[in-house]
Design a protein around this ligand. Structure first.
Ligand code: TXA
Ligand code: MG
Length: 529
């Protein structure tokens, strides 16, 4: 079949599209949520052809779309006050109500069910086509069953070209995820699918509503879903999708420890450059509407780009975000990864960083010792040591090929340029070593990870730390501890203290300040960890 493409959306075109529907044909139409594949809702055979074109399981019922409130009465046996109140508040718009079905609704629309789903879309083109067709339109999303819902006419053609009579191009869909579905067949009413109308908006009209557990968790084996659509894996690109909980830093850690060829990321605006693998952004981190608007289009783009796996930054599940999160959970077939919490631990010399590290180890954290990492990467024969010898001269090595630390320090700390050269070689290796160390040593019984490193604010490892712990103590106290610990002169100890950044520098960069001096008690200071 040749699929007609209407792009002007003028009255002549919409009349033609309406005529196809009257004649029992299938037309994909734009709505404010996603494109729908429409058929005359009163024509059971036409409705059957929708299931065929989509490859949709025939037990998954359809939404009937109306253009004015009068059209609902023949479809339902009861239009209760609560439903009227919702219609007043949110129709036309992205809300679908499940109500008791009348005998006029062909069985194909809602096989084996006593109910029918009804919605009045707000998209002017959808509204006009329904008016011109003169009948309500049964329409599921206009995608092949299982793939992400279409938010442009091109998405529809990609899936259904040659299988349907026509597509009406009304531009990009505004909301981007399918309508909110609520059933009024239960008391209290129950949310079956989150969407553009939020739980808060519904409750502002209805008072308390239930949220079906299947909205955010996997249906248990053998449990019948409240809405048949809940049981199918949905919205999936071909790539395997994983949701990654936690911060951007945790996300980076996970990517760097897991990523392989063909992996891509779905992240928030501005994060693309820093996630370490090719990525697509889907809106600002707190712009939930933008995330909904972009989600399906981006999921489809991963397929165009040939992604094998997609790691997704978990969005907020507040408001419209609940709809986005719900779609992502299904796209990911409920695969959620939770990277470990990683803290950075630092402080001025003598503040008691090591004491705090020991205490945190005792509390159940895996400790990554920055000094060990720095030593390990310059082991005899290591690539880092070879590179250092090339850059700073082979006289930094002894006859056995071991690093002479003092020789390297003398050259590398001669000036800022040399110091930067040193860091450019050693820091990435230290970071890599630390990530590998965590991967090999972290167990389920660990509370999280603490990276103990004096120069953490200069190191790339900071990009993996969700929070920074800074240990502090007054200068007099630190001086006393250094003298006691290292047995050096007062002058040498003061030189060491003055060589470091001042306390202000550390405090500005701290998320958690640990006061390691009297009268404070260390256990109390670390209580939140
Ligand atoms: O925004 C939307 O709702 C889009 C546009 C085209 O309007 N349509 C849409 O349709 O998303 P569809 O078929 O992809 O999703 C309809 C959902 C399915 O999960 C289905 O199981 C559920 O609504 N549903 C339909 N009738 C139902 C009923 N009588 N009882 C329970 N769930 C029902
Ligand atoms: Mg669908």
């Amino acid at each position: 079949m040749k699929t007609k493409f209407y792009e002007k959306c003028d009255e002549t075109e919409l009349l033609e599209a309406a005529q196809i529907l009257k004649d029992g044909g299938l037309v994909a139409i734009p709505t404010e949520t996603v494109y729908g594949l429409a058929a005359n809702a009163y024509n059971g055979d036409a409705v059957s052809r929708v299931f065929e074109a989509k490859g949709r399981p025939t037990d998954n019922p359809m939404i009937v779309h109306i253009s004015s409130i009068e059209e609902i009465y023949p479809l339902v046996t009861d239009f209760p006050e609560k439903a009227k109140a919702l219609a007043d508040a949110f129709w036309p718009g992205p809300l679908t109500m499940i109500l008791p079905k009348s005998d006029l609704v062909p069985r194909q629309v809602a096989p084996k069910l006593e109910t029918v789903a009804v919605r009045m879309p707000s998209h002017p083109v959808a509204k006009r086509i329904i008016e011109l067709a003169g009948v309500p339109l049964a329409a599921p999303s206009a995608n092949s069953s299982g793939s992400p819902s279409p938010t442009t006419a091109q998405h529809v053609l990609h899936d259904l070209d040659g299988k349907i009579n026509a597509v009406v191009d009304g531009g990009e869909c505004d909301v981007g995820i399918e309508s909110t579905v609520i059933t009024l067949a239960t008391d209290p009413p129950r949310l079956l699918r989150p969407g553009g109308i939020t739980v808060e908006q519904l409750e502002s009209v209805l008072g308390h509503i239930d949220v079906d557990p299947a909205v955010i968790s996997e249906l248990a084996e053998g449990v019948a879903p409240a809405s048949p659509g809940m049981k199918y894996k949905h919205y999936s690109p071909r790539a395997e999708v994983y949701i990654v909980e936690g911060s951007l830093e945790s996300f980076r850690f996970l990517i760097d420890s897991e990523a392989a060829e063909g992996d891509m990321a779905l992240c928030f605006n501005g994060e693309e450059a820093s996630v370490g693998i090719p990525s697509l952004p889907f809106g600002d981190v707190d712009d939930l509407e933008a995330q909904a608007h972009l989600l399906f289009a981006e999921l489809r783009r991963f397929d165009d780009l040939g992604a094998k796996r997609v790691f997704v930054r978990a969005p907020s599940s507040e408001g419209v975000g609940l709809g986005v999160y719900n779609r992502l959970l299904r796209a990911a077939a409920f695969k959620i990864l939770t990277p470990p919490v990683i803290y950075g631990l630092t402080g001025q010399t003598g503040a008691g960083k090591s004491t705090v590290a020991k205490e945190l180890e005792r509390k159940g954290y895996l400790i990554v010792d920055g000094d060990v990492a720095a030593r390990e990467v310059v082991r005899k024969g290591s690539p880092v040591l070879t590179e250092l010898a090339e850059v700073f001269g082979s006289d930094i090595l002894d006859a056995d090929g071991e690093l002479i630390r003092a020789a390297l320090a003398k050259k590398a700390f001669a000036n800022e340029t040399e110091r930067q050269k040193l860091n450019a070689i050693t820091h990435p290796a230290v970071t890599r070593w630390s990530i590998d160390f965590i991967r090999k040593n972290l167990t389920d019984s660990h509370k999280g990870v603490v990276i103990d490193a004096a120069a953490i604010f200069d190191s790339d490892i900071r990009f993996y730390c969700t929070e920074m712990i800074v240990v502090t103590a007054p200068e007099s106290e630190r001086l006393e501890r250094i003298l006691k610990r290292d047995g050096i002169t007062h002058e040498a100890a003061m030189l060491r203290i003055k060589a470091q950044k001042d306390e202000q520098y550390y405090k500005e960069r701290a998320d958690i300040l640990v006061r390691n001096y009297a009268p404070y008690n260390l256990a109390d200071e670390l209580d939140s960890l």
